[in-house]
Design a protein around this ligand. Structure first.
Ligand SMILES: NC(=O)c1ccc[n+]([C@@H]2O[C@H](COP(=O)([O-])OP(=O)(O)OC[C@H]3O[C@@H](n4cnc5c(N)ncnc54)[C@H](O)[C@@H]3O)[C@@H](O)[C@H]2O)c1
Length: 256
């Protein structure tokens, strides 16, 4: 097992389709002990039920709404109570108000722009700061991103802008934390049918045609993403930091 003896904090699962849950399962299979996060009481029930499916019981379940500093502080202190240090931090959370994902980008209002940036991008450096004193040397931090940060994907809109900020944050954090041998990377996943993705207008149509346009002639699976997460979490990726790694069955290399 690649992650025997390692501890991981995975934020945040909402249900069984969540990328966070796919990653949590793969980390568990590879021997890591988990602290599993959820956003609020609404998602707590799902996550508690999912946690029963893990091979090893989670060290803790933590509520972490990233708009609340006290939640991030409490998640970090819960981790400190249950571990001798953290080896893996997974940032798998994002949000933009629905109206921004169905109307032209030019109509994005100040509050919605701020909300998308705060939850989807600012939360990464904020969480890294909250957990900083607990990272073991060799720790791996990873965040989930999407190609809409680089190219226009209709209706992805302000979320694309937030993902661009998230990817830049990954690089600056990799620079800050590199001297402590802490690595920070992003996984740019192709489309997966999750709660967050279905908030983007036209997502289901996009998913339908996606596979035909990729070199591998298929869409991606949760396991595809989770496999790369395991690699990044493991010592196999010991020299990899500041990168955005595509897990998209090759979609991003196509010109036509
Ligand atoms: N599904 C895709 O097609 C896809 C592709 C590339 C990247 N991603 C990214 O993967 C990550 C996970 O999304 P997902 O697709 O698994 O969807 P999901 O809906 O299962 O997960 C999104 C999570 O974000 C959490 N969240 C929202 N607002 C929050 C807040 N204020 N504080 C804390 N948590 C909050 C939700 O509770 C949920 O658990 C996101 O960053 C998303 O942008 C998704």
């Amino acid at each position: 097992m690649l992650l025997e003896g390692k501890t991981a904090v995975v934020l945040n699962a909402a249900n069984k389709r969540s990328i966070a849950w796919h990653i949590a399962q793969a980390l568990d299979t590879q021997g890591a002990r988990l602290i599993l996060g959820y956003q609020n009481e609404r998602t707590k029930k799902n996550v508690s039920a999912l946690a029963e499916e893990l091979q090893r019981p989670p060290l803790a379940l933590v509520a972490c709404d990233v708009t609340r500093d006290e939640d991030m502080t409490r998640a970090a202190s819960t981790a400190a109570e249950h571990t001798d240090g953290i080896d893996i931090l997974v940032h798998s959370l994002a949000f933009a108000p629905k109206h921004c994902l169905e109307r032209p980008f030019i109509e994005t209002d100040r509050d919605a722009f701020h909300t998308a940036m705060e939850i989807s991008a600012y939360s990464l450096p904020a969480l890294c700061r909250s957990f900083r004193s607990q990272f073991n040397p060799g720790a791996s931090i990873m965040a989930m991103t999407y190609y809409g940060s680089e190219k226009v994907v209709p209706n992805y809109n302000v979320m694309g802008v937030a993902k661009a900020a998230l990817e830049a944050s990954v690089r600056y954090l990799a620079y800050d934390l590199g001297p402590d041998q802490i690595r920070v990377n992003a996984i740019s996943a192709g489309p997966l049918n999750t709660l967050a993705a279905r908030g983007v207008s036209g997502f289901v149509n996009m998913l339908d045609m996606y596979g035909d346009r990729t070199p591998m002639q298929r869409g991606i699976t949760g396991e595809d993403v989770a496999g790369t997460a395991v690699y990044l979490a493991s010592s196999l990726a010991s020299g990899v930091t500041g990168e955005t790694i595509f897990v998209d069955t090759g979609y991003n290399i196509m010109g036509l």
